[in-house]
Write a protein that binds this ligand. Structure first.
Ligand code: 5AD
Ligand code: SF4
Length: 440
């Protein structure tokens, strides 16, 4: 029989940075209620999966975990397993039929109820807390983060865009901005604790709006960068239709805001982005990129692509390849389309691209983008880049891993440097995903 402290908890986090930020909030809420973080899953009396529903394989992954927990529960009496986040919000009570190991369910707006859900599970119930609460921003909760170098600061929750493929409006509800004073309060605390990198996050950060202070995202970003002048400032995700010249000028003007913009285009075909309800044409997207590059020369750009969306024909796919060749993104996150029940596409469009074709197109997209990333990365051999060291490299304690302002991963010889240091690194080799070098 495994020994598990009944008041200790362990969280597995899946999905986006917002989920990582939510796990820091959950940790704070559970600690306030008298629970303590366990050293490992093996010693925890409470295990939480903080889940993501955005793509199909995300659901499959948690099923494997749940199977494992079912075995554990036979050996560890009193072990409580909860599923939180986007999957239960979306699948609701149906979740319980996936696995008998699940004791309770909580959605992204109900984390304040977690202590009571745990208590109710211990008395034999199968409680759920899945209400939307569009007023909830977890104001007043001081997140307990992993690590002390880089921090995510949510500035908004939820999303009001109805992209046809996307489950987020159904898992995270209506968009709401965090009060300006709460964001700034958190940034001040991070500065006092010596954080070196602050990433402002939201499903669509450009829609940030604090009506009381009249703040938009450009003015918020500007003030954050002035309040944390020693830290690198990043932000994600921006929606192409809303990215403003004022925001781009703020990024160009403030020395500590990283020259990197993640701008998901999803497809290179105007017909397909129209069906996706993205609110721009590919011409308009190209114009935005031209505007950004003219104001921030050398800016690093990254994107998201979905292959095989409803109605995508070979010519649309070719348009995506053409867009990637023309723009030459530093990096892209690439997926094939999977229907998410309840979304606009699931209700109104036919998922008519055969799976084999989706996968074939995705592979072509990945191959092209990898060769572009490799070429761009190769070009930096011989140059000196500034790297924020984040951790020891996975392969060797004699090397550190970090990122450039443009968000490229760099592995370099340690030579006495520590995680948290800003190091000028001379690049000597590159793959399509990593640069390697040594301190200048
Ligand atoms: N199928 C495939 N990819 C998706 N994404 C979101 N929903 C889906 C879906 N149903 C991708 C988009 C988004 C990223 C976070 O995940 O590219 O920008
Ligand atoms: Fe996944 Fe979207 Fe939820 Fe983030 S908001 S965890 S990407 S479903």
């Amino acid at each position: 029989m495994t020994t598990r402290g009944s008041n200790t908890f362990y969280i597995h986090t899946f999905g986006c940075q917002m989920n990582q930020a939510d796990s820091a909030i959950i940790t704070a809420l559970l600690q306030q209620a008298g629970y303590t973080p366990a050293e490992s899953e093996e010693s925890a009396g409470i295990i939480l999966l903080n889940t993501c529903a955005v793509r199909e394989n995300a659901v499959d992954r948690i099923e494997n975990y749940l199977q494992h927990f079912q075995g554990l529960k036979k050996r560890a009496k009193g072990l409580v397993v909860g599923v939180a986040g986007c999957i239960p919000q979306y699948q609701r009570e149906e979740m319980f039929s996936i696995s008998p190991a699940i004791d309770f369910l909580a959605g992204p707006d109900t984390y304040r109820t977690l202590p009571s859900l745990i208590e109710q599970s211990r008395t034999g119930g199968k409680p759920t807390s899945l209400e939307f609460n569009s007023a909830e921003t977890y104001e007043g909760i001081d997140p307990v983060r992993q690590g002390d170098i880089s921090a995510f600061v949510p500035v908004m929750r939820g999303c009001n865009n109805m992209c046809a493929y996307c489950v987020v409006p159904f898992t995270r509800g209506r968009e709401r901005s965090h009060p300006f004073s709460a964001v700034m309060g958190e940034v001040e605390k991070l500065v006092a604790s010596g954080y070196r990198e602050i990433t402002l996050i939201g499903q669509n950060v450009n829609s940030y709006h604090d009506p009381e202070q009249g703040m938009n995202f450009a003015s918020l970003l500007d003030l954050v960068s002035r309040t944390a002048p020693e830290a690198r400032i990043r932000f994600t995700t921006s929606h192409p239709k809303d990215i403003s010249e004022a925001l781009v000028r703020t990024i160009a003007d403030r020395p500590n805001i990283c020259h990197h913009i993640h701008l998901p285009v999803q497809s290179g075909s105007t017909k397909i982005v129209g069906r996706m309800n993205r609110g721009y044409t590919i011409e308009e997207y190209r114009e935005k990129i031209a505007m950004i590059r003219s104001i921030i020369p050398g800016v690093a750009l990254s994107t998201d692509i979905i292959a095989g969306f409803c109605g995508e024909q070979e010519e649309d796919h070719q348009a995506t390849l053409k867009l990637l060749s023309d723009i030459r993104f530093d990096l892209a996150y690439m997926f094939f389309y999977s229907t998410r029940p309840g979304t606009l596409a699931a209700r109104t469009l036919e998922d008519d691209v055969p799976e084999a074709v989706k996968k074939q197109r995705l592979q072509e997209i990945i191959d092209l983008q990898n060769s572009i990333s490799a070429e761009l990365f190769q070009q930096s051999i011989g140059s000196v880049v500034e790297v924020l060291a984040e951790s020891e490299s996975k392969r060797s304690t004699g090397q550190l891993m970090g990122r450039t302002a443009g968000n490229r991963a760099v592995v370099f010889d340690r030579e006495g440097y520590q995680p948290g240091d800003l190091v000028k690194v001379l690049i000597s080799a590159a793959t399509s995903a990593t640069l390697t070098g040594r301190p200048e």
